[in-house]
Design a protein around this ligand. Structure first.
Ligand SMILES: Nc1nc2c(ncn2[C@@H]2O[C@H](COP(=O)(O)OP(=O)(O)OP(=O)(O)O)[C@@H](O)[C@H]2O)c(=O)[nH]1
Ligand code: SF4
Ligand code: SF4
Length: 338
């Protein structure tokens, strides 16, 4: 196994995110479908969907380049009947996680665990069936809660609840923070709404307000290496009397803020390459101008394509090129050696 490949900005690629399908049984009003647009369409698999063999071949190749993590996403990846097979065939050296809407976890969580899945992230935008239905256009609220429980029972932990913070959900943030602080096995990811991917800027709220509030109520704060994300540890007892319990997280819930929008620090610590549901490699969630098809490629061709995608990766947010003293364009130091 070689050292991870790094792009021009010193960002090593240690993880891959693979979208297994663009189909979904939900129709969330904020959905970006891994940067590719909406998920509405036929629920039957299309012939263009990446196959299990293609996924496994790709993973075996990138394992040679030191990739140690794979995240399976969608659409809804659990619509793939061969998900367990794909996970079972994933190289053993890799940590496997799944991002799902949770509807189908009850009944499959144990098999997924047995196949090698380490943990799941489950979208849950509100602790209220009506708002949940308004945001997801789905009546599967109870199935999702039950799915989260099944995942915890199966040991797919920590289960991270993904909540997109925007106009429809902002009023539920406090309740969700309480919920994870009170329930062992749960963590919360508060995801900044991405207006440029949904075309509804009026739903945006200032995520800094959420940072400030968490700063006030949390026992301690840390920075995660990936994306330099902030993590707040919130006490499950009386938040008003929270003391500095550094190092003792037994009575705390973890809340992480995922705030990529206009955030150069987030991009400077981005270590992932993506694969679309049709088997195209791309270097950034928000870019589709660098797509490279894996199609029927040989392993050597996949190696070359992966190298090329990594070589072409550029940060999305912030100015990655700046004008030097001599008038020439040069790479912005802000990103280099992140
Ligand atoms: N812009 C941007 N957004 C991301 C990136 N990674 C995750 N996100 C956002 O975060 C959401 C949640 O991602 P998940 O798939 O649950 O997982 P994660 O937070 O990336 O990773 P883990 O916490 O390690 O499981 C995604 O739907 C995106 O909106 C990224 O690299 N760039
Ligand atoms: S569950 Fe995920 S993939 Fe499905 S519509 Fe909602 S955000 Fe999109
Ligand atoms: S470069 Fe920035 S926007 Fe693109 S995937 Fe990485 S963190 Fe997300």
């Amino acid at each position: 196994m070689s050292e991870p490949l790094a792009d021009e900005f010193g960002r090593e690629v240690t993880g891959v995110r693979i979208s297994l399908t663009d189909r979904c049984n939900f129709d969330c009003i904020y959905c970006h479908n891994e940067g590719l647009g909406d998920t509405r369409g036929p629920m039957e698999p299309s012939d263009d969907e990446i196959t299990a063999d293609e996924v496994v071949r790709f993973l075996e190749v990138v394992e040679e380049f030191g990739v140690e993590k794979v995240k399976f996403t969608g659409g809804e990846p659990m619509l793939r009947a061969d998900l367990e097979e794909i996970i079972r065939r994933t190289p053993e050296s890799m940590e496997v996680s799944l991002t799902t809407n949770g509807t189908f976890l009850r009944g499959r969580a144990e098999d997924l665990k047995e196949a090698g899945l380490a943990r799941v992230n489950v979208s849950q935008d509100a602790l209220d069936p009506d708002e949940f239905a308004a945001v997801t256009k789905s009546g599967a609220y109870e199935e999702v809660l039950d799915g989260v429980e099944a995942a915890i029972e199966a040991g797919l932990t920590p289960v991270k609840l993904n909540m997109v913070v925007f106009e429809h959900t902002a009023g539920y943030v406090e309740g969700m923070v309480d919920h994870v602080a009170e329930n062992e096995g749960l963590q919360l990811q508060l995801i900044e709404y991405m207006p440029e991917l949904t075309g509804r800027p009026e739903w945006n709220i200032d995520i800094q307000r959420v940072h400030d509030w968490l700063e006030d109520i949390s026992d301690r704060v840390e920075h995660r290496e990936m994306h330099d994300r902030k993590r707040y540890w919130v006490s499950s007892t009386d938040r008003d009397t929270a003391t500095d319990s550094e190092g003792d997280d037994s009575n705390c819930g973890m809340v992480e803020i995922v705030d990529p929008v206009e955030n150069p620090t987030f991009c400077a610590n981005c270590h992932r390459v993506r694969v679309t549901h049709e088997g195209y490699l791309k270097g950034c969630l928000n870019r589709n101008d660098d797509l490279r098809s894996m199609g029927e490629m040989s392993r050597e061709e996949i190696r070359e394509t992966f190298r090329a995608v990594v070589d072409n990766r550029v940060p999305y947010y912030g100015e990655y090129l700046i004008e030097g003293d001599d008038g020439e364009w040069e790479l912005n130091e802000e990103y280099i050696g992140a």
